[in-house]
Design a protein around this ligand. Structure first.
Ligand code: HEC
Ligand code: HEC
Length: 326
């Protein structure tokens, strides 16, 4: 991923690039109930827009969304991306209060192209590089649902990247995209792959090199570490999801689906985090709302990957520190 790459890349940049300029795609979001429902499902349980663009409760397992804050923005990811402490970068408000004057195409340009309405570059913690692999019909459906959110006025600080190097790097990511036309139907493995892309599983579960880029040949092998937000502590490590026995090799499809479903219906909110104790960076509650069919398709896809041997602890406590050898 991008995190520790930033400082290193900055050294290589001589000039300050401006973000690429391109027009918003010419899209009009549908207004029918089925599309809105599809958008709700995706935004809450697959692409997890809501997980980032709201307030999360880090006293509970996986940091579930605080009810009533959906889409209001505010959550910050600077620690997760190892950004300097002085950077201010809240996830913005995406309720109609903020987006009413945006066209559907402008929202889509942010989602898949990485430009804000005024053409400024979004930092790639907004997963636009993932969402451009999604079908137009799904992107349209998400916009349709966003339009139905209750408007909420949240006073959020302005983004301030502070460092020139960070601004330069942010400008490198926006690009026009041509998403596929359709969601794969029927073939469970193809569908699983599509969902894994949309849900950004590889973001955390594929290890990165010291420059911050995915290590070739190590997809889904796990090992990335994330600072656990207070009141928890220590480091949460993303495990191996390949079919090797050190990954998901011993798991049945039912066990995999069940692992997610166990966190549904508010179960995650009832697992409290102790001060300095284990918590997961994975949005279990959000993903638990995927259908058994979709979760099963994700399993089917992961099982087609090359098995990679890699033992990863899920968590290391503050007194031990992060495992650097993974
Ligand atoms: C991993 C967290 C994360 C997820 C998931 C996420 N976003 Fe974002 N999003 C952000 C952050 C952080 C920014 C602000 C980046 C910046 O300021 O440079 C942002 C920016 C945006 C913007 C631009 C708003 C503005 O005022 O410029 C829109 C629109 C947006 N996101 C919509 C979405 C939608 C729709 C989804 C789901 C399909 C989504 N986001 C998923 C973190 C996320
Ligand atoms: C924000 C980072 C992040 C994202 C995104 C993410 N995970 Fe995880 N995942 C983790 C971490 C950290 C753990 C270890 C802690 C735990 O068990 O919750 C984990 C644990 C797991 C486990 C349990 C493995 C075990 O051995 O107990 C499974 C299964 C899993 N993730 C699958 C997925 C799938 C499938 C997706 C995409 C739908 C996904 N993850 C997305 C960070 C992430």
């Amino acid at each position: 991923m991008i995190r520790c790459a930033l400082a290193m890349l900055a050294l290589l940049l001589a000039a300050c690039p401006a973000p690429a300029r391109f027009a918003p795609p010419n899209r009009v979001a549908p207004t029918d109930a089925a599309s809105i429902e599809r958008g709700r499902y995706l935004a809450n349980h697959v692409t997890v827009c809501v997980t980032c663009h709201s307030t999360r409760d880090w006293t509970a397992f996986g940091g579930p969304v605080v009810p009533g804050t959906e889409g209001r923005g505010g959550e910050s990811f600077t620690e997760i991306f190892n950004l300097p402490d002085d950077v201010v970068m809240p996830a913005p408000n995406i309720t109609p209060h903020a987006l009413a004057s945006w066209t559907d195409g402008e929202i889509q340009r942010a989602m898949i192209g990485g430009l804000s309405r005024d053409g400024s570059a979004l930092f790639p913690s907004m997963p636009f590089t993932q969402y451009r692999k999604m079908a137009w019909s799904d992107l349209d459906a998400i916009v349709a649902w966003l339009r139905t959110l209750p408007p909420q006025d949240a006073a959020l600080p302005q983004r301030d990247l502070v460092h020139r190097s960070l601004k330069d790097i942010t400008n490198l990511f926006p690009a026009p995209a041509s998403p596929p036309r359709r969601v794969p139907q029927g073939d469970s493995v193809a569908r699983g792959r599509y969902l894994v892309d949309a849900a950004g599983c590889a973001w955390c579960h594929t290890p990165i090199d010291r420059g911050g880029w995915p290590i070739p040949g190590r997809a889904f092998a796990g090992g990335n570490r994330f600072v656990v937000k207070p009141p928890g502590g220590g480091w949460s490590h993303a495990p191996n999801l390949t079919p090797h026995p050190t990954g998901l090799g011993g798991w049945t499809r039912e066990q995999f689906v069940g692992r997610f479903q166990r966190m549904g219906d508010g179960a995650a909110t009832k697992i409290e985090t102790s001060a300095g104790g284990f918590n997961s960076l994975m949005a279990w509650e959000a993903y638990s709302g995927m259908t058994a069919e979709d979760l099963g398709a994700i399993y089917d896809y992961l099982m087609t990957r090359r098995p990679i041997e890699h033992v990863v602890p899920r968590w290391t406590p503050p007194e031990i520190g992060p495992r650097k050898d993974l």
